[in-house]
Design a protein around this ligand. Structure first.
Ligand code: LMR
Length: 405
């Protein structure tokens, strides 16, 4: 009997754990289409021009590396608030924006705060959802249920089923919503559907917790926050976890924010005291470098314009890859993948199964998630043919096996 006898080995993380497998793969031809990381046309994680320029400015300033306030640098939080809610709400005292360790940190911080309210019956996430959502909320002590979201037979959003589910929820249920570029399906509600969803949520006093990890990857920085701007008009409590990992290509810096809208300034003050207390118990104060870069870009018109065009470039390249992969599949006589063109963001929920994912990995060094999620943003003209050939080989093999039964 040792100290650790009672703990058992857990399975690998479905996303980050897959990257570990990928790194240990010694083959020279291998592609990681698992994790949500944008790669440029040469297969590299880009260093954005706007980020380089901001880094140069920071270098010249030579600011000392002091402890930041527990809730992060005020100018960063203010700039983030403006980016999410627009000028009209940028000085609204009922919104508190706190710097967090990426989007994950924002979700967890929000979950810890909600746990302290003792009023949330449970948390609802979509089926399917980002692989880490359940883990985050369960780790904060919540029961997590799933809501109907995606029909794999038609590759479409289960709007009516979702509404019926929402109407059955008790007051203060937290509903985790992907603000855009739903992860993993890439299927978002249409504008009119959002209106209805948000209206029911506010009428029933449910608590939406928006996860915004892909701002700029669907239509534009502005359009991709329209859902937040619609909801804020109801003046009902909600939370937003946003990440700057993808749109700044600053994955390792862990820059994100949690924004909480509450109904009064008194409530905001109480909430902030708890956020400070939670942060202090976890990591005291957030790191400085990444958020300074983001703050520089957000508050400097020239850098902001460069950043905007860089996001547009990433977005366009992903759309191009969507079109090209569908075309390449058609050349392989796989005509059933045209839905990939209708999805948004980095991913395609391909319909491939675990057995395909395992074979792709073993035989071809092509890493996709066991759920069938493929990171389209990691495709380029050099690996596209290889990847589609590999997928075609595993799909055909499965079809032949099925027929022979
Ligand atoms: C993903 O979904 O692949 C990314 O958000 C990375 C992560 O942390 O899972």
């Amino acid at each position: 009997m040792s100290l650790y006898t009672e703990i058992t080995k857990l399975p690998r993380d479905p996303i980050i754990g897959l990257t570990e497998l990928f790194k240990n793969d010694k083959r020279s031809t291998k592609y990681n289409l698992g994790v949500g990381v944008y790669l440029d046309e040469n297969g590299n994680v880009p260093v954005l021009e706007s980020v380089k320029k901001a880094a140069q400015l920071l270098y010249e300033k030579k600011d000392p590396c002091v402890y930041l306030p527990m809730v992060g640098l005020e100018s960063f939080c203010e700039a983030t608030k403006k980016l999410l809610f627009g000028l009209t709400y940028s000085s609204n005292v009922n919104i508190i924006t706190t710097q967090t360790l990426g989007g994950t940190g924002a979700l967890r911080l929000g979950a810890e705060l909600l746990q302290r309210t003792k009023t949330v019956p449970f948390v609802a996430i979509s089926e399917p959802s980002w692989e880490n959502h359940r883990n985050i909320f369960e780790s904060a002590g919540f029961k997590v249920k799933t809501y109907p979201y995606y029909d794999p037979n038609t590759n479409s959003f289960l709007f009516e089923q979702f509404l019926t589910f929402l109407k059955s929820l008790p007051k203060y249920t937290v509903v985790v919503l992907h603000a855009n570029c739903h992860n993993p399906t890439g299927i978002d509600p249409a504008e009119e559907e959002w209106q209805e969803i948000l209206d029911i949520i506010q009428k029933l006093d449910l608590i939406p917790f928006f996860d915004l990890a892909y701002q700029g990857f669907k239509a534009s920085l502005k359009e991709d926050v329209s859902v937040l701007q619609t909801y804020i008009k109801f003046e009902k409590p909600f939370l937003v976890a946003n990440s700057f990992s993808k749109n700044f290509s600053l994955y390792g810096e862990r820059v994100g924010a949690l924004s909480i809208f509450s109904c009064s300034h008194e409530e905001s003050i109480k909430i902030q005291s708890h956020l400070k207390n939670i942060i202090r118990s976890l990591y005291s104060t957030p790191p400085t470098y990444g958020q300074r870069i983001v703050e520089q870009v957000l508050s400097n018109q020239k850098l902001y314009a460069i950043w905007q065009s860089e996001i547009q470039l990433m977005r366009t390249r992903i759309t191009d890859m969507r079109n090209q992969i569908v075309k390449a599949f058609e050349e392989e006589n796989l005509t059933s993948f045209s839905f990939i063109k209708d999805q948004h963001g980095m991913f395609s929920y391909s319909g491939l199964e675990k057995i395909h994912a395992e074979e792709l990995r073993k035989k071809f060094g092509v890493y996709i998630l066991d759920s069938g999620r493929i990171c389209i943003a990691a495709l380029n003209k050099n690996n596209l043919k290889y990847v589609t050939n590999a997928i075609s080989a595993v799909v055909y093999k499965k079809m032949i096996q099925t027929k022979s039964f």
